[in-house]
Design a protein around this ligand. Structure first.
Ligand code: NAP
Length: 276
């Protein structure tokens, strides 16, 4: 088994994920895995970084596919005996002018952004080693969407005692409510992406709390963040930040020094903790 440290970035064949891998290759003392659901796109991205003189490694990972997640888990367990840095970056968003029915957009968006991310956490968090760092890439849109939820939903999403099961039930209820076209009546905002990212931010708060309860003394730090508005296929060319600039906050959280005890369980934007 290798004693080398290891970092994994999900959805890193392009966009912010690729930029996070680039930065980690330069700054992280250990192996850095670029992962992609499509091995062809993944290997092409690895080749691009190799042309820049960097040495990322590759592993396939489709966060929508439990078998794929478990194959990565088993690989990491066997080769490294765990994982030091996990960046949950993979995500999707329908374009504003997409005509796909809202209920389908809700189901598809939640499937990857919330349920896929949650499944990666379920399988990989138990592997995180002491002093490990976990970064869940959410969005400021999670905050604005939270503000547009009913008071009752806001209270639940801000609760310090909400469980993962309760959060899963709420995310499933949103999808069901869109199918029955009652989501607005039920207090949800009219944004599937926003609700999926509320899920990611709240999930991060829950996971940080569980780490405090179950692994106190392991010094693991887990946070959600917003990369900013970044020029990628998702956000388009008008966005204000380059992918490398978008990677700054996620990389800052991934490389928090071993003597740091904060931030933990926070929502971070521009390297600053934001009130949830
Ligand atoms: P992007 O350029 O569209 O890249 C998204 C990445 O996620 C791609 O590599 C994509 O792979 C991957 N992905 C999608 N579904 C996946 C799955 N099921 N399994 C594995 N990988 C999957 O988007 P981006 O702008 O870099 O976004 C990265 C993250 O930042 C997302 O979580 C996004 O919500 C968040 N974010 C972005 C912005 C922004 O302004 N860009 C702002 C706030 C938050 P394929 O190439 O195979 O599709």
């Amino acid at each position: 088994m290798s004693s080398v440290q290891v970092a994994v970035v999900t959805g890193s064949n392009k966009g912010i994920g690729l930029a996070i891998v680039r930065a980690l290759c330069k700054q992280f003392q250990g192996d850095v895995y670029l992962t992609a659901r499509d091995p062809g796109r993944g290997q092409a991205a690895v080749a691009q970084l190799q042309d820049e003189g960097l040495r990322p490694l590759f592993h396939q990972l489709d966060i929508d596919d439990l078998q794929s997640i478990r194959a990565l888990r088993d690989f990491l367990k066997e080769k490294y005996g765990g994982l030091d840095v996990l960046v949950n970056n993979a995500g999707i968003a329908f374009k504003v002018n997409d005509t796909t029915p809202f209920a389908i957009q809700a189901e598809v968006t939640l499937k990857t952004n919330f349920f896929g991310t949650k499944n990666v956490c379920t399988e990989l968090l138990p592997l995180i080693k002491p002093y490990g760092r976990v970064v869940n890439v959410s969005s400021m849109v999670s905050s604005s969407a939270l503000g547009r939820c009913s008071q009752e939903l806001q209270k639940k999403f801000r609760s310090d005692t909400i469980t993962e099961d309760e959060l899963v039930q709420l995310m499933n209820k949103f999808v069901e409510d869109t199918k029955n076209n009652v989501h607005e009546k039920e207090g949800w905002p009219n944004t599937a992406y926003g609700v999926s990212k509320i899920g990611v931010t709240v999930l991060s708060r829950i996971q940080a709390r569980l780490l405090n309860e179950k692994r106190k003394g392991d010094h693991i730090l887990l946070n959600a963040c917003c990369p900013g508005w970044v020029r990628t296929d998702m956000a388009g060319p008008q966005a204000t930040k380059s992918p490398d600039e978008g990677a700054e906050t996620p990389v800052y959280l991934a490389l928090l020094p071993s003597n740091a005890d904060a931030p933990h369980g926070q929502f971070v934007s521009n390297k600053t903790v934001k009130t949830w």
